[in-house]
Design a protein around this ligand. Structure first.
Ligand SMILES: Nc1ccn([C@@H]2O[C@H](COP(=O)(O)OP(=O)(O)OP(=O)(O)O)[C@@H](O)[C@H]2O)c(=O)n1
Ligand SMILES: O=P(O)(O)OC[C@@H](O)[C@@H](O)[C@@H](O)CO
Length: 417
């Protein structure tokens, strides 16, 4: 779906309510500040919206006690176009506070331009894509309001005073109201202004406010399964797994194999293709080309395999760490870097090399500070070994597991294929 060119820059803004306490999740901090792959949940959602160029401003609404927390998140992860606003005691009151910053900007001498359309999206719904945002915004321009919906999983029932079934709703006729939602700014702002306290304190549905107070019937847009809200602990585990899965889709094999090692490098590259969706192979010399690496990195690659010609040296791995650090790859997500050492067993200095390799623990500890997870893998093989493919299969299985698991507790370990 193409973005309509009738949209002037700045005509769409977003409000992310993030002022709740996350009681149902039961963590030590509100769920929007719980970490997924080392970064707060709210940062993942904010990042998803920042990727949308036609959203001019993003208002994150947090409780007074978490304003500084949110500002440090913005600073640490380099968020742009975000303004922090103090929330209210209920979600509706938080959203209303978020909207006020546009309407009363003269009072708050805030330079934010009042948008034509405002997106409202819970900060605890991190899996948001441009397509559904485009759909709800376009529908809001036409209908005044729009919201994403999903099929109900459970049937809705009503209980009578004695706690028994009074009646059940025909599930096929109903939908679950999800996020994102979008509104012509003036409509939702007027609705909140006319809202009574009961609605502000007990309501859960912005679309209902537009209908009740502005006679605006929101357009309902079928959304994808990814629009769910992190509410309970299981949702946080699910979100973490989805993010890890998304990060594990590609790997870049950096190799300058010479002589006998070329065969193993090629076999490993081919075998990895049955484990990981995209396997790129680049030479060490190309790796030193900043522009080339920028493209690799901009291709959202967060997994690297450094294959060593010098059995125990970490030079190539250290070079790669420097390149990744300069490119700020690991700011948003941990990068997995697997240092692969090929060891032909008849090598006379095997024991001294093994001693060298144990330095990987200290090396990995240092590099972890840069959000790069380093693991070691020793591929032990004989040049003419008929079992070579089996050894390479084992290496590919270990590499795939390390990439999928991204476990910071295993950094610096030296595994053997
Ligand atoms: N006073 C409030 C309450 C909720 N929210 C936000 O509204 C979104 C959806 O609300 P919900 O999932 O209910 O969050 P909590 O209220 O934090 O959860 P709980 O009801 O379990 O405490 C969340 O991003 C939450 O931070 C808000 O901005 N201000
Ligand atoms: O009710 P809660 O505060 O848990 O979450 C808010 C949800 O109700 C809301 O995000 C959607 O149902 C759409 O309105």
């Amino acid at each position: 779906m193409e973005l309509s060119d009738s949209w002037s820059a700045g005509s769409v803004a977003a409000v992310l309510p993030a002022g709740g306490s996350g009681e149902r999740l039961g963590a030590a901090r509100p769920k929007q500040f719980c970490a997924l792959q080392g970064r707060p949940l709210v940062s993942h959602t904010a990042r998803a919206l920042e990727r949308i160029s036609w959203i001019s401003d993003i208002i994150v609404v947090v409780s007074l006690e978490h304003i500084e927390t949110m500002k440090s998140i913005i600073q640490k992860y380099g968020h742009k176009r975000i303004t922090v606003v103090e929330g209210g005691v209920t979600r509706h009151r938080s959203i209303f506070n978020g909207l006020k910053i546009f309407a009363e900007n003269k009072l708050s001498n805030c330079p934010l331009q009042k948008p034509e359309v405002v997106i409202i999206h819970d900060a605890v719904r991190p899996f948001i894509e441009e397509d559904i945002l485009l759909k709800v915004v376009k529908a809001a321009k036409d209908h005044g309001a729009a919201g994403a919906i999903r099929p109900l999983v459970s049937t809705v029932v009503a209980s009578s005073a004695d706690g028994c079934l009074d009646h059940s709703l025909e599930r096929a006729r109903y939908r679950a109201s999800e996020m994102p939602q979008a509104f012509l700014f003036d409509i939702i702002y007027q609705a909140y202004h006319q809202c009574n306290d009961y609605d502000l304190d007990y309501g859960t549905e912005c679309l209902h406010l537009a209908l009740k107070y502005c006679k605006t019937k929101a357009k309902l847009i079928e959304g994808s399964p990814d629009l769910w809200k992190v509410t309970y602990k299981r949702d946080l585990y699910a979100a973490e797994s989805i993010i890890k899965d998304n990060l594990s889709q590609q790997v870049c094999v950096i190799t300058d194999m010479k002589g006998d090692d070329v065969q193993v490098g090629f076999l490993l590259h081919e075998t990895l293709k049955s484990h990981i969706k995209q396997v790129k192979r680049i030479s060490v010399s190309l790796c030193k080309d900043d522009n080339y690496m920028q493209n690799i990195i901009l291709g959202q690659c967060y997994n690297f395999i450094c294959m060593h010609v010098k059995k125990s040296a970490f030079q190539e791995t250290q070079q790669l760490v420097d390149i990744l650090e300069n490119a700020n790859v690991s700011t948003l997500y941990p990068v997995v870097l697997i240092s692969v050492h090929l060891n032909v067993s008849e090598n006379a200095s095997f024991s001294s090399e093994m001693e060298d390799l144990t330095r990987i623990k200290e090396f990995a500890r240092e590099v972890k500070k840069k959000n790069i997870l380093v693991y070691g893998l020793l591929i032990h093989y004989n040049k003419d070994d008929p079992q070579l493919q089996e050894t390479v299969n084992s290496a590919a299985t270990i590499i795939s597991a390390l990439i999928k698991d991204r476990n910071p507790e295993l950094i610096g370990q030296l595994l053997v294929a």
